[in-house]
Design a protein around this ligand. Structure first.
Ligand code: C2E
Ligand code: MG
Ligand code: MG
Ligand code: MG
Length: 286
């Protein structure tokens, strides 16, 4: 503890930290402007079934079209938005925009529409007591059926219990399924599954990346699938990049996957008549 205090004291006077704080303030102000001026857009990445690579869902991912820096990835601005509180308003925009888009696909594409819509929810949004009511209002306003939406939440949002876990109950009462994102990277992943009501786990790409190397590397991906099966949850493998990984996941028993192999996030995903994703070595019908 003493060492930590000394560390903080050092940090307080570090010129690097001043630069960082100034940078944070500048990005925070720019994000406010960005929201007011419509500099954000959403891209959508397919989630597919195995082994047929049929699109069962798309995940909405936010991008910032910065006037000077070009496209900025979420990792480079969401933490700032989270700390400044702007994430509440930005998250509201993301949810509304994605739900309106998905409802539009349903209307114009019918059975060829890309299945469910996954939307990421930040820890701070989930902890906001008004969040479930906001979701209900957004579904009503955009006329997207509740069971067409899945909300992706992080393990860290739930470890303290309280408001966030109550929010999950409220969301599921609305008929909106909940997915635990990046599953396995938190501090109490398995304990959490016992305590919180979720419908889907998204097995983090760190467990998928090496599954084809040796049997040893597939052990955790296999165990997480067994746990999710046992609890009646669906498991999605994240970050699948090679055909070998997809084949191994199918052999282990995974039924859902996502990753660059099946489709990059894009503003206008090419939806095929059968919902089968192009470019994965599986015959497609346009
Ligand atoms: P995530 O929700 O786990 O999303 C998956 C991330 O992995 C995305 O990065 C996606 O582009 C990337 N990815 C997809 N397939 C592959 C693959 O095969 N290999 C590799 N290496 N990466 C792949 P992205 O878009 O940069 O988003 C990063 C994170 O930022 C997301 O992780 C999510 O936590 C957060 N995020 C993105 N969009 C939103 C949003 O609209 N709202 C909130 N609250 N968070 C968001
Ligand atoms: Mg996600
Ligand atoms: Mg994820
Ligand atoms: Mg992940």
């Amino acid at each position: 503890y003493a060492a930590k205090q000394a560390g903080e004291r050092h940090r307080r006077y570090s010129p690097d930290l001043d630069v960082q704080a100034a940078e944070e303030a500048r990005t925070g102000a720019e994000l406010r402007t960005a929201l007011d001026e419509g500099q954000f857009h959403l891209v959508y990445q397919p989630v597919v079934s195995l082994p047929d690579h049929r699109m069962v869902a798309v995940e909405a991912l936010v991008r910032w079209d910065h006037p000077v820096r070009g496209t900025v990835a979420p990792a480079d601005f969401l933490p700032v938005a989270e700390r400044s509180g702007l994430i509440i308003e930005l998250g509201d925009w993301i949810l509304r925009t994605a739900c309106a888009q998905a409802a539009g696909w349903l209307r114009t594409l019918g059975a060829a529409a890309p299945g469910r819509l996954h939307v990421n929810v930040s820890d701070r949004q989930l902890a906001d007591p008004g969040f479930p009511a906001l979701v209900a209002a957004t579904l009503a306003e955009t006329r997207l059926p509740a069971d067409h939406l899945t909300l992706e939440v992080s393990e860290t949002a739930l470890i303290h219990g309280g408001e966030a876990v109550r929010a999950l109950d409220d969301l599921r009462a609305l008929g909106v399924p909940v997915a635990l994102d990046d599953f396995g990277t938190g501090h109490s992943s398995l304990g959490l599954l016992q305590a919180v009501p979720v419908d889907v786990i998204k097995v983090d790409k760190s467990f998928i990346a090496s599954i084809t190397r040796t049997g040893r590397h597939a052990v955790i991906a296999t165990a997480l699938l067994q746990v999710s099966d046992g609890l009646g949850l669906a498991a999605v493998a994240e970050g699948v990049e090679t055909a070998e990984q997809a084949a191994e996941l199918h052999r282990i028993g995974y039924r859902f996957a996502q990753g660059h192999l099946f489709g990059e996030p894009s503003a206008e995903p090419r939806f095929h008549g059968t919902g089968v994703v192009a470019g994965t070595g599986v015959a497609t019908v346009s």
